[in-house]
Design a protein around this ligand. Sequence first.
Ligand code: NAD
Length: 344
Amino acid sequence: MRVLVTGGAGLVGSHTAEYYAKKGDEVIVLDNLMRSQLFGYDKKSVEYNWNYLAKYDNIKRIKGDVRNEKDVLKAIGDGVDVVIHTAGQPGVPLSVRIPREDFSINAFGTLNVLECLRKKSKNAVFIYCSTNKVYGENVDKIPLIEKEERYIYDGVEGISEKIPIDHTGHTPYGVSKYVGDIYTQEYAHIYGMKTAVFRMSCIFGTRQFGFEDQGWVAWFIIAALFSKPITIYGNGKQVRDLLYVTDLIEAYDKFIESDLRHAVFNIGGGPENTTSLLEFLDFLEAETGKRSKITFSDWRPSDQKVYISDISKVKKALNWEPKVTPKEGMKKLISWVKENKALF
Ligand SMILES: NC(=O)c1ccc[n+]([C@@H]2O[C@H](COP(=O)([O-])OP(=O)(O)OC[C@H]3O[C@@H](n4cnc5c(N)ncnc54)[C@H](O)[C@@H]3O)[C@@H](O)[C@H]2O)c1
C-alpha cells in the first residue's frame, strides 16, 4: 500500500508514518515543519520527528506545504492508496491571534489535499483529523456537577456525534477544522470518495512537543520535569478524556480496511479514561516527585469545562477499543521526555 501522511512530522503524523512503515507499506511524509514557527518556540520541535523517521527505508520525506498544489501533487506522485491528513494548525488560542493563517492551513489546506486527490488518485481513502472543538460551546450546555477535584456531567456519559454544531461559539480553530471536516464529508457525498472524519479529543504520546497553547499533557510533563511554571486557565477542574496516539492509528487503520464508504466518529479515551487538570498534577507529582509552580488565570474563550467523547459508535462500527490506559501512556511520555532532555 502507498500511504501519504500529511503533517507526518507531528505527533499523530509521525506515529502514523511509523505504524505503516513497520507494516512494510510505502510511506510518503509531507510536512513543512512549521510547528515551532507557528507557536513562536525558539527551539526545534517536529524536526526531531522528521529526522527520527529517516531510519525507515520505506519512508520518503518531502518538505512541502499542504496549501501548495505542486507540493501535494508531488507527494501523491502516480497515486496513493491512503491519505492520512494530520497537517494542521492545532492551537486554539493561536487561532484567535492568527485567524487568517489558521483558516488557510486548516480549511484551505484540507480542500487543497482533497482536490489534488480527486484529480490524481480518486480511489484513495482519505482520513481527516477533526476535533471535539467543532461542537464548540454547545458542549457547555450540558449541566455539570462540581466535585472537589473535577466537574462531572449530570445525565450523560459522553458527547455523541448527534450533538448540534452551530448556533454557538467555536473559536476560529473550531471553525476552520469544521470546514475541513464538512469538506471531507462532502467529498464522499458528491464525488463518491471513501472518506472518514475522526473528531478527536485529547491525543497524546511520545514525540509530542507540548506548549502552553497546545498539547497540554506533554506540556505539563515537560514543565514538571524542567521546573517551569504552569498557568491553569480556569479552576483546574476541567476534564478531558485521553487517548494514546497508537490507539488512534489503529482506529484509522480499521476504517481503511473496512467496507464502510464514509463515517464520522467521535474518538478519544471515552468515559473510562478521563482526568481533570488537578488530578493530572497530583499524578505527575506522584510519578516524578516534582510539582511546577501553579498560577490560576481566567477561563479562555470557548474552553469546554468537560469534554468526554462518547466512543460507542466507533467501538461498534470498527470493532475497536482503547488499549493503552492513560497512566501507561503518561509513563511512556515521561520516560521519553527524560531520555531526550536536550530537546526541551
Ligand atoms: N493532538 C490532539 O490532541 C488533537 C486533537 C484533536 C485534533 N487534532 C488535530 O490532529 C492533527 C494532528 O495534530 P498533532 O497533535 O499531531 O499536531 P502537530 O502540530 O504535532 O502536527 C501537525 C504537523 O503539521 C505540520 N504542518 C502544519 N502546517 C502545515 C502545512 N501548511 N503544510 C504541511 N505541514 C504542516 C506541522 O509542522 C506538524 O508537524 C491536527 O490537524 C490537529 O488539529 C489533534
